[in-house]
Design a protein around this ligand. Sequence first.
Ligand code: C2E
Ligand code: MG
Ligand code: MG
Length: 646
Amino acid sequence: MGSYSKASVASAKTAIFRIAAFFSLLVAVWVFIQSGIPFALALDMKIERAIWIQTFSGWFFVMASGWLLYLLVHRTLTAISSAEEDLKLRDRAIESSVSAICITDNLAPDNPIVYVNPAFARITGYSSQEVLGRNPRLLHGADLAQPELITVRAALHDQRPCHVVLRNYRKDGSMYWNELNISPVRNDAGVVTHYIGVHSDITAAKTHQDELARQANHDSLTGLPNRNLLRDRIDHACARTRRYGDFAAVAFLDLDNFKVVNDSLGHSLGDHLLRAVAARLESSLRAMDTVARMGGDEFVLVLSDQKSEQSVSGELQRIVELFSQPFAVDGRDVFITASVGVALYPQDARDPESLMKSAELAMYRAKESGRNAYQLYTVEMQTRVTERLALESRLRRALERGEFSLHYQPQVDLRSKRIFGCEALMRWKQADLGTVSPAKFIPLAEETGLIVPIGEWVLRTACRQCKFWQDAGLPAVTVAVNISARQFREKNFLQLVAAILAETGLAPRRLELEVTESVTMHDAQNMIADLQAFRDMGVSLSVDDFGTGYSSLSYLKRFPVDRLKIDQSFVRDLSTDADDAAIAQAIITLGHSMNLRVIAEGVETPEQLAFLRRNQCDEMQGYLLGKPMPADEFGKLLESGRTLAP
Ligand code: C2E
Ligand code: MG
Ligand code: MG
C-alpha cells in the first residue's frame, strides 16, 4: 500500500464517484424519462456538489423504482395465487358438501347435468357418469303428479330461484324427501347459462316430524285417533252431511264394569283388552268412519253417511253385538260388554263438543237401563241434567239457609201395641220448589257428597230431639236415622256419632242407624268390624229396605245387626200378591232364625197388619199408625199414650 500516494488514492476515489455519479445520473434520467415526469438539471459550477446531489438522488431513484417494481410484481403474483387458492377452496367445498349439488347447462338442449358432487352420488345412488348429460327429472321416477313439480317448472320458465320439498327416488327405487333449492347462474351479459340445484335428503327429519304429528293426534295405547283428531273427524263428517243432506252419528261407547275386569286381570292385561276392543271396533267400521279413544275405557265412533234413524239403530245394534264374542287376551277368553249413547247431527247438536256431550249423556242412560245396550239421545235427557244442576246449586245452599227439617214416623211393637220408637225422615222446604221429596234430593246429595254435612245435621238434630222428649218426661223411645253408604265410609264416622251422642247427652241405646244392604255388602269383610264398633258403643243397627238388594246370607249371619226392615214394596201387595206374601214371610222367618227383630215398613191397611201379625212379625211402621210428622206433633202423640188399635 506504501507505493500509492494519498493524492492518487483521493483522485481514484473521485474518478469512481464521477463514473458512478454519471451512470446513476443516466439511470435517473432514464427513470425520469420512462416515468414521463418533466425535469431540469441545473449544472452547478461546482460540479462535484452537483455530482453528489445527482449521485444521491440517482441512487434514491434506483432504489425507489426497484422497490416499486418489486411491489408490482409481488402484488400481481399474490393476486394470481390467491385466486387459484379461492378456486381450489370452492372446489373442495362443493366436493365435500353434505348437500348434493347438481349443475345443469341451460344453453344445451334439455338442460343436461354437467356436474354433480360426491354427495349427489351418496344420496341418489347414481354415479356422476350415470347422470352427466341427462336431465335431473330422472330423480322424480314415475311420481310426476307432485304439485311441487309445477312450482319448479314455473321457476325454470321465469328463470328465477325456487325452493321446494319433493319426493325423489334413488337408483334402487326407494323414495326420499328432497329439500331442493334451484338458482340460475348468469354470465356477464345476464344470460342464464346454468342452473345450480342443491339437494338435501330430509327424510329422517320429515319422518320424525310426521311421527310427532301422529303422536299428537293418536292414542299411544291403541293407535286410534285421540280427542284432538276426533274433533276434526266429527267436523269433517258434519261438513259432509251438510253437503249430502243425510246425517251423521256420534256414538259414545263405554265398557261395562271395565274397572272390575281391569282389577282382576291386572293392568297390563287390561291394556291388552283395550287394544283388542280397539282393533275389533276399528275392523268393523267402514273406511270413512272413525273410532277414537277418549282415554280409559271410553271410545267415540263417528258414523257418517247415515240415511235414517233406522240405519243408525241397525249400525249400533251391530256394534253392541260385537261384544257378544269374547276377546282373546293373553291366551284366555275375556267377556266384556259395552253401553253406547248416540247423538245425531244435525238434529241433536251442531258442534263436536255438544255432540260428544249429548252422546255421553245418552250413554249414561244406557248404563242406567241395564247396560250392554245403546240409547239414542233425547231432549228430555238434557232437561233432566239442567234440572239436576239447578237442584244441586239449591241443595248446596239449603243447609245454611235452614231449609231442612226432620219429620218423625212412629214405630210400634205388634205385641205390646206400644210406640217404641220413630224414624227420622228429612224434609226440604224450598221457597220456589215447595217441598222436595227425599227420594229426589237424597240421591243427588249422595252423588255430590253433600250428604256428609247434611247427614251430620240430621244425626245431631234427631239425637237432640230424642233427648228433648226424654227430658220432657215423655215415654222413652229410640230414634232411627238413615245413613248413606257415603257417610258410612267417611273415615271418622264412628267418632262423629260418639261426639254427637256426648254433645246431646242421648244414651247410645236410644239411637238406631239404618243402613241399606248395599252398604253392608260393600266390602262385607271390613264392614263386620265397623258394625261391631257401633254395637260395642251401644248403638243399634238395622238393615233398611231388606229384600231389595243382594244380601249374602252367610255375611248377614255374621253382621252384628239388630233388626231387618221388610221393604215396603213387599208389604204393599201382601194381601193380593202371593209372591210378595211369600217373600215377606220368608224374611220374617229368616230374621227370627238369626235372632233379629223384623219390622215391616209402609203398612197402610188392616189386612196388611193382620197378615203381619199372623206371621209373627215383631214391629211395624206405616200410615196405618201414623205418617211422618213434625217433632211437636210426635211429642203430642207420645204424650197421649196412644197405642195401636187392636
Ligand atoms: P226409607 O228409609 O225406606 O223411609 C221410608 C219411606 O217410606 C219414607 O219416605 C216414608 O215417608 C215412607 N212411608 C212410611 N210409611 C209409609 C206408608 O204407609 N206408605 C207409603 N207409601 N210410604 C210410607 P220418605 O220420607 O219420602 O223417604 C224416602 C227415603 O229417603 C227413605 O226411605 C230414605 O231412604 C231416604 N231418606 C229420608 N231421610 C233421610 C236421611 O235423613 N238420610 C238419608 N241418608 N236418607 C234419608
Ligand atoms: Mg229408613
Ligand atoms: Mg225403607
